[in-house]
Design a protein around this ligand. Structure first.
Ligand code: FES
Length: 367
C-alpha cells in the first residue's frame, strides 16, 4: 500500500471535516500542494471588505446598465441619422450597439476578476496530474473541494454581489435574445427590394432612369470594348435619407459587353433583359455578391466568370450570373436595360425597370 493510501482518511473522517479542511486534505492526497492560502479578510464584515464588495457589485451593475442601454439603443436608435442643416450622414446605430455590448462585457469580466482578486482567498497550488479512476473517497474529496470553492466565492453570504451578478448575467443573456427576437420585430420591410433603378426615380419628363458612371456621366454602348465591363449606377441625383443613386449601397451594377459569338443562356423570362433585346450583347448584373455582399467584379473574359474576392464565389456570366463555385447559392440579380438616343445623338443605357429580386445576401424574408 502506498504512503498516500496510508494517509488517506476514511469517508467518515472526511464527513467530520470542514469543507476547507477536506478540500486541503483532498488536494494533498491528489498530489496538489497548497503552497500558500490566505483569507483576504480573515475578520468578516470589516469596512474594507464591504468596500471591496461594493466595488465588485458596482462593476456588475454597470454591466447590467450597459445591457439595458444596448436593448434601448436597439429599439429606439434609427439605422442612420442625418444631422439637420449639414450634408453629413451619421450612422450611430452599429457603434452604439457595439459600444454598449463592449461596456457590458468589459464590466462583467472586470467584476469577475475583481471578485477573485479582492474577495476570494489568495491561493497558490501546485498540481500533479494522474490518470487513475477516482475512488469513492476521492469523489467525496472533490465534492468538498467544489463546496469549498463555492464557499470561497462568498455567493451564499453576499447577497449584494449575488444579485448584481445575476443582474449583469441576465443583461448578458438578453443579447442573443435581442439579436434573434429583435430582428423579427425591427424588420427592414420591403426596403431591400427597391433600388434607385425603379422608374419612379426617373428624371422629370423621362420614362426610365439613366445609367451613369460614378461621376454621373451617362454610359454608352460605345464606351465598351468586346469583353469589357464597367461599374455603373442609377443616374438619380436626388438625396433620399442622405443617399443618391451613386452613393446608395444597393446601386452598384456591372454592365458587361460580351465577346463576338458569345450568347446568354437566360433565366426564364429574362431573355430580353439585355441589349439588343433580340440577341443581347450587353447585360447588367448587380455587383453585390449574393453570398455576403462583397463586390463581385473580377471578370475573367476567357472563362466568362465573375469572381467574388471575399470567399471565392464564381458566377457564370453566360448563364445569367448563375453561381458555379463557392458559397453563393443565388444568381446575381439581372437588371433590365435598353438604350435611348441622347440629345447629342449618341446611344445611352437606361434601366427599363428596377431589379426584380432583392439585392445582396440571402435573408429569411426573401420570398
Ligand atoms: S461575399 Fe462573395 S463569396 Fe462571400
Amino acid at each position: 500500500m502506498s504512503s498516500v493510501d496510508q494517509n488517506q482518511p476514511t469517508a467518515d473522517e472526511i464527513r467530520d471535516m470542514t469543507p476547507e479542511e477536506a478540500m486541503i486534505v483532498g488536494a494533498e492526497l491528489d498530489g496538489i500542494r497548497i503552497a500558500h492560502r490566505r483569507e483576504r479578510f480573515p475578520i468578516r464584515g470589516t469596512k474594507a471588505e464591504k468596500r471591496a464588495e461594493r466595488g465588485v457589485a458596482a462593476s456588475f451593475l454597470i454591466a447590467a446598465l450597459a445591457g439595458v442601454a444596448f436593448i434601448v439603443c436597439f429599439i429606439i436608435v434609427p439605422f442612420h441619422w442625418h444631422l439637420p442643416g449639414t450634408p453629413q450622414n451619421f450612422k450611430y446605430f452599429t457603434p452604439l450597439l457595439g459600444g454598449t455590448l463592449a461596456a457590458m462585457l468589459i464590466f462583467f469580466g472586470a467584476g469577475l476578476v475583481l471578485w477573485a482578486k479582492w474577495l476570494m482567498p489568495e491561493e497558490e497550488a501546485v498540481q500533479d496530474r494522474h490518470d487513475e479512476p477516482s475512488s469513492e473517497e476521492d469523489q467525496l474529496l472533490t465534492e468538498a473541494a467544489l463546496a469549498q470553492g463555492f464557499e470561497d466565492t462568498g455567493l451564499g453570504r453576499r447577497p449584494m454581489l449575488r444579485n448584481s451578478l445575476l443582474l449583469a448575467g441576465g443583461a448578458l443573456a438578453t443579447v442573443p435574445l435581442v439579436a434573434l427576437v429583435g430582428g423579427m420585430i425591427k424588420k427592414p420591410g420591403n426596403k431591400l427590394f427597391h433600388t434607385f433603378f425603379d422608374p419612379k426615380w426617373a428624371p422629370e419628363g423621362q420614362k426610365y432612369v439613366p445609367i451613369v458612371y460614378e461621376d454621373f456621366r451617362r454610359v454608352s454602348p460605345d464606351d465598351f470594348e468586346p469583353g469589357g465591363l464597367a461599374t455603373v449606377f442609377p443616374g438619380v441625383r436626388q438625396e433620399v435619407d442622405g443617399k443618391n443613386g451613386v452613393t446608395d449601397a444597393s446601386s452598384p451594377t456591372l454592365i458587361i459587353r460580351l465577346r463576338p459569338g458569345q450568347k446568354i443562356e437566360a433565366r426564364k423570362g429574362q431573355a430580353a433583359w439585355g441589349w439588343p433585346a433580340e440577341n443581347p450583347q450587353f447585360v447588367a448584373y448587380s455587383k453585390i455578391c449574393t453570398h455576403a455582399g462583397c463586390p463581385a467584379s473580377l471578370y475573367e473574359q476567357q472563362t466568362t466568370r465573375l469572381l467574388c474576392p471575399c470567399h471565392q464565389s464564381q458566377f457564370e456570366v453566360l448563364k445569367d450570373a448563375k453561381p458555379v463555385f463557392g458559397p453563393a447559392s443565388r444568381s446575381l440579380p439581372k437588371l433590365p436595360i435598353h438604350v435611348e438616343v441622347g440629345e447629342d445623338g449618341r446611344q445611352y443605357f437606361v434601366a427599363t425597370s428596377d431589379y426584380h429580386e432583392a439585392i445582396g445576401p440571402a435573408f429569411w424574408e426573401r420570398p
